[in-house]
Each structure stands twice: as C-alpha cells, then as structure tokens.
Design a protein around this ligand. Structure first.
Ligand code: PNS
Length: 159
C-alpha cells in the first residue's frame, strides 16, 4: 500500500491543510494525518481536540486516517510503514526551512518529502493568523471548516 504522511501542529486545521490532504488522498492509497504532540509549545486546542476536528473535516475521504505522534516524524513513518511526507508550500519563505527538514528526514531514515504548491486561494493562510483574526472577532468563514470556526468562537469567548 502506498502511504504518505501529512504532519503538523494543526492548531487548528485550516482549509489550506485540507486542500493538501485531499489532493494527496487522490495520489496515494492512504494519507495519514499526524498531529504533533508538543508539550513545550503553547496551543489553543489540545491534541485530542485537534485530532477530533481533523477527523471531522476529513470524514469524506475514506483513505485518510488521523493519528498523533511525538518525537521524530521519521520514527512515526517507520512504525507505520510510510515512505514519504507531504508538505504544502505557500511561498518561497516556506522553502528554506522545509528544504532543511526534508534533507534531515532523508538523511535520518531515507524518508522522502513531496512538496505540493498550495492553492493560491489559501496561500496567505496559517493557523496562527486564523487564531489572531478570530481572537479579535474577525470572520474566518471560508478559511477553516464551519465546525472549526465554531470551536474558535467558543474557545475565544466570542459566540
Ligand atoms: O504545523 P507545523 O508546526 O509547521 O509542523 C511542523 C512539523 C510537526 C511537521 C515538524 O516540526 C516535525 O516534523 N516535528 C517532529 C519532530 C521532528 O521529526 N523533527 C525533525 C524534523 S527535521
């Protein structure tokens, strides 16, 4: 089975992430979305909440599975028989660090990284900006799934 992993913090998942996941699901037998458990990084949503939102948002794809991981992504790949990582590239500014990580992951374990160009509709999107906009009462409709927009409003106290 040809399997690829889409790793990230997903705090929370955006329509940009979902676009990459859906496109990868057309290319691979299975896409495993892997949410990083990072206790040192402050997050708005718990890992389990992020997993739940991702499961809900990817439910229409029968070949997408959502999981969580800690430690190195290459170890998660080994444990799940995954040979490649898929990443979305929004702009040239993403490239330097992504290239470095891709080369590190290949050198550590021979895991390939495939870059997919982000849909221009979502090129400006990031979870951090979505949180900031939502925090100040801005409208995030169209940037995240409706269920995520609702959770943002609830979490940030803006019903
Ligand atoms: O959504 P993010 O926070 O930009 O995702 C970053 C992520 C989770 C893909 C990256 O930090 C990662 O793979 N972390 C796991 C730890 C690891 O393997 N580090 C070495 C990568 S070269």
């Amino acid at each position: 089975m040809r399997r690829v992993v889409s790793p990230g913090s997903f705090d929370p998942v955006t329509n940009g992430h979902l676009d990459i996941i859906a496109r990868a699901a057309r290319l691979y037998d299975e896409v495993v979305v892997a949410v990083l458990i990072n206790i040192s990084k402050r997050s708005l949503f718990t890992v389990d909440e992020r997993v739940e939102m991702l499961r809900d948002a990817t439910a229409e794809h029968s070949n997408v599975r959502v999981d969580k991981f800690h430690g190195l992504i290459v170890e998660f790949c080994k444990a799940n028989d995954i040979g490649a990582i898929v990443k979305g590239l929004r702009a040239v500014s993403d490239f330097d660090f992504e290239l470095q990580m891709a080369q590190m992951n290949y050198s550590l374990a021979g895991v390939e990284t495939l870059f997919m160009t982000t849909n221009p509709l979502y090129a400006f999107l990031s979870s951090s900006l979505v949180k900031e906009v939502a925090q100040y009462g801005g409208d995030v409709t169209g940037l995240v799934p409706p269920a995520v927009a609702l959770r943002l409003r609830e979490r940030l106290g803006r019903p």
